[in-house]
Design a protein around this ligand. Structure first.
Ligand code: CIR
Length: 264
């Protein structure tokens, strides 16, 4: 089956090793304590998958001051033109942003910052071609969402806000949706009917497989958590080439596939 192609090809990704105190990060999942050695193996496999997609990796040192810092996606939003430093909604994660600034400077000339009282986690931001869905969640507030919308609109993107504060089963917008290319949007069942997604072709994810709604298109492949056969079959039917990855230890910390890297 031929792979579908995205217009924007990624060349780079930034990842950060999980620290040994990774299990002390925030979580609402009742899936038990993650096994650090296993998390490292899963992280290594994730990095290999990104390389297989053709990306050059910048691998940052583990940061034990911030147990959640391997979820690098939450600290920034990257566009074709600029880097936006986020302002994580969880107090314990605020310091993660400065740890990324210098690395991003090597790649981006144009910088923006979300400022107080705004809060914003990158996991709430879903790029879908020239459009960005911006989740308003327990982590991203209205001010943060509007600041980002204004930046993106100046860069020529359209934006829409998606309020997920009423949804208890997901932490971030991208815990429940993923854009995989063209008009194809993977959406958890509970959100599938929402009018914000009108105009997209919805690939519905049953409540049994919600965790797999957080999949990631990277060039010619879609990275997907292993073990979710219905979502995998739907994507394969549409011609996507999948790279399944074991994610159990990150799932225990509420982390999805997308949050382990910044891709650009
Ligand atoms: C947190 O609660 O902030 C981390 N334990 C998990 C963050 C996952 N990030 C993401 O899905 N974008």
């Amino acid at each position: 089956m031929t792979a579908k192609f995205n217009n924007a090809m990624f060349k780079n990704a930034i990842v950060r090793h999980p620290p040994t105190n990774f299990a002390e990060g925030l979580t609402s999942a009742a899936l038990g304590r993650p096994d650090f050695a296993k998390a490292m193996l899963q992280h290594a496999a994730y990095c290999d998958a990104l390389k297989r997609c053709g990306l050059q990796l910048t691998v940052l040192e583990a940061d034990p001051q911030h147990p959640d810092s391997s979820f690098v996606e939450d600290a920034a939003v990257l566009t074709r033109a600029s880097a936006v430093l986020a302002r994580p909604g969880a107090e314990s994660r605020l310091g993660e942003v400065s740890g990324l600034r210098e690395t991003l400077r090597q790649f981006f000339k144009s910088f923006h910052e979300i400022t107080a009282p705004g809060t914003l986690d990158g996991g709430d931001i879903c790029e879908a071609g020239n459009h960005f869905f911006i989740g308003v969640s327990r982590r991203t507030n209205d001010s943060g969402a509007r600041q980002l919308a204004a930046i993106l609109e100046r860069e020529g993107y359209s934006t829409s806000l998606v309020d997920i504060r009423g949804m208890k089963s997901i932490l971030h917008l991208k815990s429940g949706i993923a854009w995989v290319g063209e008009k194809d949007l993977v959406v958890m069942e509970e959100m599938a009917g929402r009018e914000e997604f009108h105009g997209f072709k919805i690939i519905k994810v049953s409540s049994r497989e919600t965790y797999a709604a957080n999949c990631v298109r990277v060039n010619d492949h879609v990275l997907i958590p292993a073990g979710f056969s219905d979502v995998a079959a739907s994507l394969q039917r549409l011609g996507y080439s999948l790279l399944p990855l074991e994610m159990s230890e990150f799932e225990k910390m509420d982390g999805g596939l997308s949050c382990l890297s910044l891709r650009f």
